[in-house]
Ligand binder design. Structure first.
Ligand SMILES: [Zn+2]
Length: 66
């Protein structure tokens, strides 16, 4: 189960990604390098889509047919 109360941010300077619990406010700087060039890394924005579900090339499916 995933806790959606966490917001993930990414630092554009060092590419460091980190989670911030909802309610603590927006982080002012990157905990890794201290830069304030951070942005939300929203997986809910559809920036990176991952396909899930039926895979016809799945090894398990091939073995099941034999
Ligand atoms: Zn950083």
């Amino acid at each position: 189960m995933r806790n959606s109360d966490n917001r993930s941010f990414v630092c554009y300077d060092c590419k460091h990604t980190f989670d911030v619990p909802f309610g603590t406010g927006r982080p002012g700087k990157c905990p890794n390098c201290g830069s304030n060039n951070i942005h939300r890394s929203g997986s809910d924005k559809g920036a990176r889509r991952r396909r899930q579900g039926s895979n016809p090339n799945c090894v398990n499916n091939i073995q099941a047919r034999v």
